[in-house]
Design a binder for this molecule. Structure first.
Ligand code: GRF
Length: 218
């Protein structure tokens, strides 16, 4: 069967992108990474992608008078590679409504909190400030409202006494690298769809509870 063509949007380090590239190297992985698009020419992830032989493009938001014209060019860059699923991985631009509407149901993001708690930025610090005992990450479909789209899967980590934003961020990131490739696999296998249950996402044919990962570290 043809593999799902995935385009990844980055702005920086690209560790989630690297985890997806690695996963997609397995022969039985149902998705291939067709291209990487960055809004920053100096994003470290671009070099990782180029080293892996994946086409890259930079679309600098600074060259555009408004968000929608930037969004349309990002979309065109993805379109050149036949992208079917857009995966945001540390992409630090807020879209105009046009982009998530155009890619509706084909655009996902990973966010380093258990949504709907802690939207926006500095979310690990928000979690620490709130005194929560569990945090984690969420993969969700993207809609025009920020960090608000239907949840596909989550991974949970403990918040430990003495945690700083850095230690919590690192613990969550290790789970991001497990969760994101798993979700893209499910999408590539055609298992992920709206359930008709209030817009909630159903993942077909996976064991009950499989869309919630738990950290296996203390
Ligand atoms: C991750 O923490 C992700 O959850 C957030 O941005 C960060 C990107 O890190 N959306 P990386 O570029 O994938 O290393």
């Amino acid at each position: 069967m043809a593999k799902l063509k995935v385009g990844i949007l980055i702005s920086g380090r690209g560790s989630n992108m690297a985890a997806l590239i690695k996963a997609a190297q397995a022969a039985d992985y149902p998705a291939e990474i067709a291209c990487i698009v960055s809004n920053k020419a100096d994003a470290a992830g671009l070099e990782i992608a180029a080293d892996a032989g994946i086409p890259t493009a930079t679309v600098s938001h600074r060259s555009y008078p408004d968000r929608e014209s930037f969004d349309r060019d990002v979309s065109a860059a993805l379109g050149k590679h036949g992208v079917e699923l857009v995966v945001m991985a540390g992409f630090m631009r807020i879209f105009s409504p046009w982009f998530p509407q155009h890619w509706a149901g084909r655009l996902i993001n990973i966010h380093p909190s258990l949504l709907p708690s802690f939207r926006g930025v500095h979310v690990q610090q928000q979690a620490l400030d709130a005194g929560v005992r569990i945090s984690g990450c969420t993969v969700h479909f993207v809609i025009p409202d920020l960090d608000a789209g239907p949840i596909i899967a989550q991974a949970a980590v403990p918040v430990l006494a003495g945690d700083t934003a850095d230690t919590l961020t690192a613990r969550i990131l290790r789970q991001e690298h497990r969760l994101y490739p798993q979700v893209v696999r499910w999408i590539g296998e055609g298992r992920v769809g709206a359930s008709g249950n209030g817009g909630k996402v159903a993942v077909e044919g996976v064991p009950p509870g499989a869309t919630l990962l738990f950290s296996d570290e203390p």
